[in-house]
Design a protein around this ligand. Structure first.
Ligand code: URA
Length: 227
C-alpha cells in the first residue's frame, strides 16, 4: 500500500540488524516457539534480500493469547523506522476505526505478511513497493509461526496481499470482503480493504465512502475486543 514519507526521521531505538554468521537466504532458528524467541530470530532473518535496505525487521505485536490476529501487508516508512507495526498513517486510521467501534486494539495481535519494508528511493522519499511472490514466500515462515503460537480464533486481513496469504492466491478482495469465511482448520477469518486504500482516495467523498466501507467490514469484530 502506498505511503509517502520523508526519510529524515531517525529510528527511536537502534535497529536490530541481523546477527553475524547468518548467511544470505537463511534465518536463525528460534530457541523456542514463544513470541519473544520468534521476534529475536526474525530480527536476524536474511531469507530474502529485503533485510538489507530495511532499517529492521518489524515483527508482530500484541498479547500471545489474543483471540483476534490482524494481518497487513508489510511495514511502511514509519514502521521501518520505529520497529512497530501499524504506527504510521495507515495504523492511525486503523486505530480510529477500531476506536469508533469501541474496540481496543491492544487486545489484538497485529502483524504483517512481510516483515521488512520494501521501498524505492526518490530523492528524500522512500516509496512503498509491493513485495514479490518470492519475498512473500520467504517471509511466510514467520507468519505461520505467529499463527501457531498465538492460535487466534479470528483472523482479519487488511488488503489483498494479507488476504491472499490467508485465503490463497485466488481470493478476490473486493468481491469477498466484509464477510466471514471458515478456514480449513476451523478458524474464522474475513478480509477488508487496507487502511492505505482509504488514504489513497483522491477526494473527500471517495475517502468517506472507503472509510465507511472499512468501518462496516470491521464491525464484524464487535464484541471481540471490547474496551
Ligand atoms: N501497512 C501495513 O500493511 N502494515 C503496517 O504495519 C503499516 C502499513
Amino acid at each position: 500500500m502506498a505511503t509517502r514519507k520523508p526519510t529524515s526521521r531517525k529510528p527511536a531505538k537502534p535497529p536490530r540488524k541481523p546477527a553475524r554468521g547468518v548467511r544470505e537466504g537463511e534465518a536463525p532458528e528460534p530457541v523456542d516457539d514463544s513470541l519473544a524467541a520468534l521476534r529475536e530470530a526474525a530480527a536476524g532473518c536474511k531469507r530474502c534480500p529485503l533485510w538489507k535496505p530495511a532499517t529492521q525487521t518489524v515483527f508482530g505485536e500484541g498479547p500471545q493469547n489474543a483471540r483476534v490476529l490482524v494481518v497487513g501487508e508489510q511495514p511502511g516508512d514509519a514502521e521501518d523506522l520505529s520497529g512497530h507495526p501499524f504506527v504510521g498513517p495507515a495504523g492511525k486510521l486503523l486505530d480510529r476505526a477500531l476506536d469508533e467501534l469501541g474496540i481496543d486494539r491492544k487486545r489484538f495481535y497485529v502483524t504483517n505478511a512481510v516483515k521488512h519494508f520494501k521501498f524505492e528511493r526518490r530523492g528524500k522519499v522512500r516509496l512503498h513497493r509491493s513485495p514479490a511472490a518470492s519475498e512473500r514466500n520467504a517471509c511466510r515462515i514467520w507468519f505461520d509461526r505467529e499463527l501457531a503460537t498465538v492460535r487466534p480464533d479470528v483472523i482479519v486481513c487488511l488488503g489483498a496481499i494479507a488476504a491472499r496469504s490467508v485465503f490463497g492466491s485466488r481470493f478476490a478482495l473486493m468481491r469477498e470482503r466484509g464477510r466471514w469465511h471458515e478456514l480449513p482448520d476451523g478458524r474464522r477469518a474475513f478480509a477488508t480493504v487496507h487502511p492505505s486504500y482509504v488514504l489513497r482516495q483522491r477526494n473527500d467523498e471517495d475517502r468517506h465512502a472507503a472509510y465507511a466501507g472499512l468501518l462496516e467490514d470491521l464491525s464484524l469484530l464487535r464484541g471481540l475486543g471490547r474496551k
